[in-house]
Each structure stands twice: as C-alpha cells, then as structure tokens.
Design a protein around this ligand. Structure first.
Ligand SMILES: *[C@@H]1O[C@H](CO)[C@@H](O)[C@H](O)[C@H]1NC(C)=O
Ligand SMILES: *[C@@H]1O[C@H](CO)[C@@H](O)[C@H](O)[C@H]1NC(C)=O
Ligand SMILES: *[C@@H]1O[C@H](CO)[C@@H](O)[C@H](O)[C@H]1NC(C)=O
Ligand SMILES: *[C@@H]1O[C@H](CO)[C@@H](O)[C@H](O)[C@H]1NC(C)=O
Ligand SMILES: [Zn+2]
Length: 593
C-alpha cells in the first residue's frame, strides 16, 4: 500500500458509514441528477410510441435534423487506428476500471453552505484526489501544464504546435453529491468502494461526473502513450463544486481562462450532460445545446406578534400558506415554440424515430408551417409530464419556516420556491410573473409589498405587515445561450460525427445512422453556466449509454436510469475514453472549427 493508498483509505474512513456491513439492496439511492438526466432523455417512448408505418408513410425530410457522416480521423488516422486496437484489449479495460475506481475511492463530497477553500476543512479531500491524479496519470502531468485555481480547481493546458488554432475545452467536475446516511443500507456496494463486479464499477461519482473526469484524463494519457502530438491546444478544466453551484471551482476557473485565453477563445466546449439511448425505435444521442435557467425566490412575510389568545384573522404563517397555494394553483404555462431547443428535439425524433405515433409525427412535421399543427403537436407532447418540464418554466416550493412557539403569534414566516426557467423565458419574466401573481393577495392582506428590490406599495400608507420577494441566494441564472446547430455550425457537426465514430468504433460496425444525433436540452445546471464567455459552442454531453444496459434485467426504464447513475458499465467507460480520444483527434485536424 503506497502512501497515496493510505491517504485514500484514511479519507475513506472519515466517511459517513465507512465499514458498514454490505447489504443486499434494490439500488435505490437516488441522485437528484439521475432524475434530471432521466427526464432529459426519456421524453418518452411510452406515451406516444406505436409501430407506425414510418417508412411507407412519409420519407425523411432531409432539411430537418440532417445527419452528418461518422467522422473518422484522417490526418491523425494512425493514432486513431492504434488507439482502436489498444482500447479493445482486456489489459486496457482493466486499466480503465482501475483508473475510475481509484477516483471514486476519494470521497469528494460537496455540501450546501461550505465555507471557502482554506477555511472549511471539508475541501481537503480534493487534495487527495489531486495526488491520485498525479500518480495515476504521469504522462499527463509531464506533458501538460497544470495551473491550480483556488487550490483545488484544475486547469491543464496541452499546448498544440499551432497557436493560431482555438483550443478545444473539455470540462468535468471533481465533486460528488453527499451520500445520505439513511441510504447506506440500500447500497449493494459501499458508495465509495469503486468496486468492480466484473461488469460494473460501483460508487458515487461513477457516472456523475468522475466518468467524465477520468474519461478525459484516460484519453489524454493514452494519446500520450501513443505518441500523439497535438496541433491544436487542448485545455482541461475540472471544477470542485458543480453540485453546489460552481462558485468556488468553475467560476474561478472561468476567470483564469478568460484572462489567459480571452473571450470566445475556445473552438468548442464539452461538459457533462445527457448521453445516448433508444427512443422511438432508434438510438439517439442528445447533446445539450442549452440549459434552463435557475431562480430561487424567497418569500418573506412579517406581521405583528403577540399572544395567541387574541389572534388576528391571519397570522404570518396563514398568509404565507395562502400565497403558496396561489403559486401552486398557477403553474407557468408551457408552450412548444418553433426553433426552440425542445422543438428541435421533437423534430429530430419525428424525422428519425420509426416508432413514433404517426399522428404525432405528422403534426410535428406540419408544425413548421402550420400554427394549428404546432398546437396539436404541443398538446400531444405536453401530455408527457417530463417533456412538459423540459419545455416550460417549473416551480417547486422546497423550503418553509415560521413560528417559534405554540402560543406565540409568528412574526416571521418564509419559504423558498425553486424555478427552472424555460430556455424561451428569462429571469425578468419569471420574477415579474410571480410578483404580479401575488400582488392581489398582498393588498388583500394589507401588506406592504417589496419585490426584488422594488417597493410596490405606497410608502406612507400604513400596512398590517410586509411581504418581500427576493432572489434567495443571489444566484439566479438566465437560461444559457443556445449553441448553434444549423448547417454551418461546424463544432456541432464535428461533435455529431465524433459521437458516431466512437459508437461505431466501439462496436466494430459501420454506418452513419446507427446513432442519430439530435439537439437536446439540459434541465439541470452544469459548470458551463460560468463558461458562456469562453465560446458560443457549448455542448453538454457524455458518451454514456442509457437504458438497456442494466444489471438484473430491471423492469422499467426509469429504474434502469437510476441504476445507471450509481454504476458505470466498464465496457461503456472504455467507450467514453474512445469518444474523448476521437474528439481530440478530430478537433485537432479540423480546419472548420
Ligand atoms: C452520518 O454518519 C456519520 C458516522 O456515523 C456521522 O459522523 C455523520 O454526522 C452522519 N451525517 C449525518 C448528516 O447525519
Ligand atoms: C421585465 O419584464 C417586464 C414584464 O415582462 C417588462 O415590462 C420589463 O420591461 C422587463 N424589464 C427588463 C429590464 O427587461
Ligand atoms: C392596514 O393596516 C394598518 C395597520 O394595521 C391600518 O392602519 C390600515 O387602516 C389598514 N388598511 C386597510 C386598507 O385595511
Ligand atoms: C427583502 O429581502 C432581501 C433579502 O433578504 C433584503 O435584502 C431586503 O432588505 C428585504 N427588503 C425589505 C423591504 O424587507
Ligand atoms: Zn454532474
């Protein structure tokens, strides 16, 4: 056992529940993001699919969701061919399993309300991960220049021979969401064991996002072993706190990159996101070209206290409750909008998914020109709750507090409502809408009303109490700018062709539509929210196989997705390494990006 192993072990022993007896279980420990990814992906087979007369009925509309051919490195063809052989060996697979397992064994949990790096000792575990990376990827650390940002953020630069080419930026996050003690019994293998059962690599982070982090590092290490020398620079940016907003990691990295490379200085950026899997009888890959916005609205209500023996008709809690009911009774409307990312996804599924219900396909196709068809398509698509949440702004009341004593009137009560803002909307539209919604109740209860810094009631008129809406943590984020995917969007095409090449190469097959690439949307946030200034071409994509790859032949798709968030199929992990390898080689030789 090396020093490093010891450190890793020590770190592991600090974990909640280290040494718990292993228990059989139902793979139930659920990552929040698991749900999100499931949601992004399974727009739904069940609701609309039907074995339609796809081929006979209409031919594919070639202008919509047109597909590029698989993109096989040519100038770098020798390295690509060598890598193909290398990655296919059992020895490489074993190595890949060890690489990922080792990273999982360092429990890099991030928690809400962490103090800054240097003050909160919980960050120190990231030092252990740094040591691990240093030991596991020696060539990367020799050939690339490493800048540590805010101590634990990692920025690697692999300098290409031609400085005039915009670098490729690959991002991942080092942190994982905490394992709740209550779920420990449900883990079949300990959450930070990195256990390999012959098929799956187990543990928190195996698929969010250490498969990304280690997939990138493994690809670069392998390329160095194969003596590849880049023409175009490659930059790797690994944040430390994506799961809590990226303020300590990605935000600091963004500042450093902006200074070092300048605005819009990268050819394209790939960060975590959705993968590929079956939809309507076809394998689709869905790189996220956009990301919904986020806003936590805090609602503060104050009214006079006093003894509860002489109560007013409404206490702060009662009034707050009424406001919350009003919010829930008035969800945001969701509309399918031409040209939006979700519309593009629907179009692509309609063009390329043979099992889509013919009526839906027809409406989606006609909707390009007909408003009536657009509304019909919308009605059908929004019947699916998951699709609906992707399209519209969502709201969810997640925190509430008020009152201190059973016989005292509560002077204060507050709640926080989480919003995921539609790519077709904005922070302003969201705050305005909620402000207007609550206005009649505020005046009905005779409350002075302040919303997002603006006083909305007459200043000198006496009020019974006050209502104050605010951005709960000042972290409201606009929906991301949409990355271009039209005919001339070379980076999107390069990504699409690379996805196909990696998919085919891993299976030893040929053909351009074994996997169809469609614009997708990321319902949750990623570190890319801090990287908008670096490039217009941001894609949230991991080459992960979703669905149909699960242990014990589970019954439902959802169950499957949840499982896949806790384990990583070793075979698929090798495929991820192929993907990053192909991406580096293709970007390297491209004259279009
Ligand atoms: C989880 O359990 C560990 C060890 O039993 C304990 O130290 C830790 O405080 C617990 N965490 C929570 C959130 O309860
Ligand atoms: C915010 O939205 C409101 C209503 O939607 C609009 O009247 C106002 O002009 C917007 N303000 C800004 C700064 O965009
Ligand atoms: C609102 O409350 C204040 C303070 O209790 C009171 O003076 C005022 O008359 C009330 N106004 C209305 C319209 O009820
Ligand atoms: C409303 O809440 C915000 C955030 O807590 C606070 O900064 C502001 O002072 C409050 N405004 C009023 C009028 O209470
Ligand atoms: Zn993640």
């Amino acid at each position: 056992m090396s020093d490093l192993d010891k450190k890793v072990q020590q770190a592991t022993e600090l974990l909640p529940g280290a040494g718990y007896p292993k228990q059989k279980s139902k793979y139930k420990s659920v990552a929040i993001k698991a749900g999100l990814v499931a949601l992004a992906f399974f727009i739904s087979a069940a609701t609309f699919s039907a074995r339609g007369a796809f081929r006979e009925s209409q031919q594919v509309n070639t202008n919509v969701c047109s597909q590029v051919a698989e993109l096989i490195p040519e100038k770098n063809g020798v390295v690509w061919k060598l890598s193909k052989v290398y990655f296919g060996t059992p020895r490489f697979k074993k190595r890949a399993v060890e690489w990922l397992g080792g990273a999982i064994r360092v429990p890099t949990e991030t928690h809400d309300k962490m103090q800054p790096v240097g003050i909160d000792p919980r960050w120190e575990t990231f030092g252990v991960l740094q040591d691990y990376l240093l030991q596991a990827f020696p060539k990367v650390h020799t050939a690339l220049e490493l800048t540590k940002v805010n101590t634990y953020g990692l920025l690697y630069e692999w300098k290409g021979s031609d400085a005039s080419l915009k670098p490729l930026l690959l991002a991942a996050h080092q942190d994982v969401i905490p394992v709740e003690n209550a779920t420990l019994g449900q883990w079949q293998h300990e959450p930070f064991s990195g256990h390999f059962d012959g098929e799956y690599i187990w543990g928190r982070g195996s698929s969010d996002d250490k498969h990304g982090l280690i997939g990138i590092m493994s690809a670069v290490e392998s390329l160095l072993e194969l003596k590849f020398k880049p023409t175009r620079s490659v930059v790797l940016a690994f944040g430390i706190d994506e799961e809590i907003g990226g303020l300590n990691g990605a935000r600091s990295l963004a500042t450093v990159m902006l200074e070092k490379f300048g605005p819009k200085s990268f050819a394209m950026l790939i960060d975590e996101g959705v993968g590929y899997g079956p939809q309507y009888g076809q394998i689709f890959a869905l790189p996220g070209i956009a990301e919904k916005g986020t806003l936590h609205i805090r609602i503060d209500l104050a009214s006079p206290g006093g003894h509860s023996s002489v109560p007013p008709p409404h206490t702060s809690i009662g009034m707050l409750a009424k406001l919350l009911v009003e919010i829930e009774e008035n969800p945001f409307e969701a509309h399918l909008t031409r040209g939006s990312p979700t519309y593009k996804t629907a179009q692509c599924l309609a063009e390329h998914g043979p099992e889509m219900l013919p009526a839906l396909r027809k409406n989606i196709r006609l909707s390009q020109y007909s408003d009536e068809a657009l509304r019909e398509a919308e009605i059908l698509l929004l019947q699916n709750p998951m699709f609906k949440t992707l399209v519209g702004t969502t709201q969810s009341i997640n925190l509430i507090q008020g009152g201190i004593k059973t016989n005292a009137l509560p002077e204060q009560a507050w709640a926080v409502v989480n919003h995921r803002i539609s790519t077709e909307s904005s922070l302003n539209e969201t705050t305005s809408r909620q402000t207007d919604l609550l206005r009649p109740l505020a005046s009905g209860f005779n409350l002075s009303y302040t919303a997002f810094g603006a006083s909305l009631s007459e200043p000198d008129v006496p009020a019974y109490g006050s209502l104050n809406l605010s951005d709960a943590w000042g972290t409201g984020t606009e929906p991301a700018p949409v990355s271009p995917t039209d005919e001339n969007a070379a980076p999107y095409d390069l990504l699409s062709g690379t996805i196909k090449a990696a998919y085919n190469s891993h299976r030893g097959i040929k053909g351009d539509n074994n996997v169809v690439v469609s614009p997708g949307i990321m319902p949750g946030n990623t570190d890319t929210r801090h990287y908008w200034k670096l490039t217009d071409h941001i894609f949230r994509y991991r080459h992960v196989r979703l669905g149909g790859c699960l242990p014990n032949n589970p019954h439902t798709v959802n169950e499957g997705i949840l499982i896949s968030m806790l384990v990583m199929e070793a075979d698929n992990f090798v495929e991820i390494i192929r993907f990053f390898t192909a991406l580096v080689l293709n970007a390297d030789e491209s004259e279009l990006i």
